[in-house]
Design a binder for this molecule. Structure first.
Ligand SMILES: [Zn+2]
Length: 476
């Protein structure tokens, strides 16, 4: 029997429950490492479904996995559920209006959909294996803190993805397709400068300004940019400006750096150079600098074998079709884009008119391109063969981490993309569980690309996850 037809009644029966799950996680809008209600909601549903829960992975209370099935290969489906600060936005609004129910936060990267779709797929696979009495294990991973925390990298370092045969995931997007782009490695580090406070007018000679050190460090790094690899990226945010009083020499100031490049090794070398600039700034200003490594994630290792398997599933499900009301809603969102955004999107689409909703992307696995984003899925991809897809959940061109993305998080289109992703993941997992040869090929490919058992975490020993996001937790 055609697998898509066999699974259709399951998706019809369970649709309302998983849309509700996604919408609830949207409303919780919890930040990295504080996804208490989101993780609890997922875990309760998985327990009720008969999954065996392993909590507190890598010492993180909102990280867990839920497993079902026996014997055979083990396939992981990765879920996320963290939101972003400062992006509170009313659902469906066509202008920037904060939503009281989500506090200051908002799901600006669609991780409420990501987690719900992955969870939905895991349940589909569990029921399929049980109905047919087949060997095989399916594991849903509740992965916290993708945004600014690299939860999966800490999980990978702790061995949470060892002994898996494959890992599958997806991300909400404005197009549909199997991901063939690879993401950058990154590394996040806090530079805390300590100087001496003093009256800025009466005794400036006795003061040593930590804010001066931050400014000089930033100037130094801006000069460094000309002499670093062209595909590397360095960003910073001043996290402590030293206070609001200009008549006191600031004794403490801090700046947070995020350094990215296509490989862990290049990122680490660039990090050493940025540390030298920080030490130079400290020397120039008579301050002391404390360097606190926060987190890192690896570049993504593409796996052609698994991507092919996922693409086969996507083709079986077929090209998505859209209702007129979904097209109209997408056009209304696009009218909120700036002229600059519109121009850039037209160039990207390569067409005279922007599509309302993105089409099915051409599958070109032989041409992996560099995406300048980073993801902690990168570390999973070094340990176990990994494939990802995207599905159209938003109006074409919707910027990630924007209010427009938050506003569309509970739309009919978002729910349609959620279901499409759950189907692709479920079909791919079922297919792989019945084809050990394909899994063996995927593993051999990973090893040929330098991954596998020798995985080295980009996070140094002794660095623990920063379990506080620094932003006040809102209770749902
Ligand atoms: Zn994301």
């Amino acid at each position: 029997m055609d697998l898509t037809k066999e699974l259709a009644p399951f998706f019809d029966e369970t649709r309302a429950r998983f849309i509700e799950l996604s919408d609830e996680i949207w409303r919780y809008a919890e930040l990295r490492y504080e996804e208490w209600d989101s993780a609890r909601y997922h875990r309760k549903m998985l327990e009720d479904e008969g999954f065996r829960i392993t909590p507190d992975l890598a010492g993180m209370p909102t990280a867990f996995h839920a497993e079902a099935g026996d014997g055979g290969p083990v396939i992981a489906i990765l879920g996320e559920f963290d939101a972003l600060p400062g992006l509170s936005q009313q659902s469906g609004a066509l202008a920037r209006v904060a939503a009281p129910e989500t506090g200051d936060n908002g799901h600006g990267c669609g991780h409420h959909l990501l987690g719900a779709g992955a969870h939905w797929a895991a349940v589909a696979v569990k029921r399929y294996l049980a109905r047919h009495g087949l060997p095989g294990q399916i594991r849903f991973y509740g992965c916290p803190a993708e945004e600014g925390g690299s939860g999966k990298t800490f999980m990978a370092k702790a061995g949470a993805f060892d002994r898996l045969d494959a890992a599958l995931s997806w991300h909400p997007d404005y197009e549909t397709g199997v991901v063939t782009a690879v993401t950058l490695a990154n590394l996040q580090v806090q530079f805390r400068f300590n100087g001496v406070a003093s009256h800025a007018a009466l005794a400036p000679h006795l003061g040593r300004s930590a804010l001066d050190a931050v400014e000089l460090m930033n100037v130094g790094v801006n000069y460094l940019r000309e002499h670093m690899p062209g595909d590397a990226r360095v960003h910073y945010a001043i996290t402590n400006s030293g206070g609001a009083s200009p008549n006191i020499v600031p004794a403490q100031a801090a700046v947070l750096y995020l350094i990215r490049s296509p490989s862990n090794e290049t990122t680490r070398r660039l990090y050493e150079r940025v540390c030298d600039v920080a030490r130079g700034a400290a020397l120039m200003t008579g301050c002391r600098v404390d360097i606190e490594f926060e987190k890192a994630c690896s570049n993504l290792v593409f796996n052609r074998t698994l991507a092919d398997a996922m693409h086969d599933s996507l083709i079986q499900i077929g090209e998505p079709t859209f209702e007129q009301h979904e097209v109209d809603a997408a056009r209304a969102v696009q009218r909120t884009f700036s002229d600059d955004e519109r121009q850039a999107l037209l160039a990207e689409a390569g067409t005279a008119e922007m599509p309302a909703i993105g089409p099915l992307l051409a599958y070109r696995p032989e041409q992996t391109r560099l995406s300048f984003a980073s993801s902690d899925v990168g570390d999973v991809s070094w340990v176990v063969p990994t494939a990802q897809c995207v599905t159209a959940c938003y109006a074409y061109g919707t910027a990630f981490h924007s209010w427009q993305m938050v506003a569309q998080g509970k739309s009919a289109l978002a729910h349609k993309g959620l279901e499409a992703a759950a189907k692709v993941l479920a079909l791919t997992a079922i297919d792989l569980l019945s084809k050990p040869q394909r899994l063996a090929e995927a593993k051999a490919e990973l090893i040929a690309r330098g991954g596998g058992p020798g995985y080295q975490s980009p996070i140094p020993d002794g660095v623990a996850p920063a379990l506080k996001s620094g932003v006040t937790h809102r209770t749902a």
